[in-house]
Unconditional design. Structure first.
Ligand code: ZN
Length: 252
């Protein structure tokens, strides 16, 4: 797991879980009891009330929905927005790009996560999320790009590369072994930066680093979790996380 902070939103934390924290996905083979146990463990580790965890039912779309409150069903969406700042929105991935966005509305934090895989990214899930935030009056946007398959690893057929490049110029890449590829984290960062968001990136590759679950690396079922939350949970107040100092390095 890696934990990071936001510069413009000092009360907000973001966590990226991986193999060590176990599978956080409900749709990929675990029983409801196992999923509940895994998520309760995660909440306890982070010092976040488990009822705050807010999930979506991801469908590789550009759909944006309000983050579900405790007791509400997970909406079919690939981005959720918590205008109250009281929840801890979660996105589950294993190569796709997880994006955590913090903003401000009338003096309190707004929290959002997006699932930017190839279809969602090309379909405009990040633009739709940014538009939703703008329309609500959210300012001071700041985003973290989480662990994802990198542009040197994400091999695609040449035609797919060409079509993606037409939609999102600059997304084209080549694998380290010289074949056509797409740079999804790079494209996500550009879209967010163009909207004026302050960007941080983990630069972590799920395929290259054993820390993370990777779909292409053979982890077809389990998922990494990326979540953010605001407030004064005890873990945040009393136990600054070792990853926090890395923010400055990552920006360079
Ligand atoms: Zn890579």
């Amino acid at each position: 797991m890696r934990m990071e902070r936001f510069d413009r939103h000092p009360g907000v934390r973001v966590a990226f879980t991986g193999r060590a924290e176990g599978n956080q996905a409900a749709h990929t083979g675990l029983s409801p009891r196992e999923v509940a146990a895994s998520r309760a463990g995660l909440a306890a580790t982070l010092g976040v009330g488990p009822e705050r965890l807010s999930f979506m039912h991801q469908v590789h779309s550009a759909l944006v929905a309000p983050a579900p409150a405790p007791g509400q069903a997970a909406p079919e969406a690939d981005a959720i927005v918590d205008l109250s700042g009281a929840l801890a929105p979660v996105v589950l991935t294993a190569d796709c790009v997880p994006v955590a966005i913090a903003g401000e509305l009338r003096g309190h934090s707004v929290l959002s996560v997006a699932h930017a895989g190839r279809p969602g990214l090309l379909g405009g899930v990040l633009e739709a999320t940014l538009e939703e935030l703008r329309a609500a009056g959210v300012t001071r946007l700041e985003a973290w790009i989480g662990p994802a398959v990198c542009g040197a690893c994400y091999e695609v057929p040449e035609q797919m590369r060409a079509e993606a490049e037409e939609r999102l110029p600059g997304i084209s890449s080549r694998t380290s072994w010289g074949t056509p590829a797409l740079d999804l984290p790079g494209a996500a960062a550009r879209i967010l930066a163009e909207a004026g968001a302050l960007i941080h990136a983990t630069h972590a590759c799920t395929l290259e680093e054993a820390t993370w679950f990777s779909y292409r690396g053979g982890d077809t079922a389990p998922r990494n979790a990326t979540l953010l939350w605001a407030g004064h949970d005890r873990s945040v107040q009393h136990a600054p996380q070792p990853g926090a100092e890395r923010t400055k390095e990552e920006e360079q």
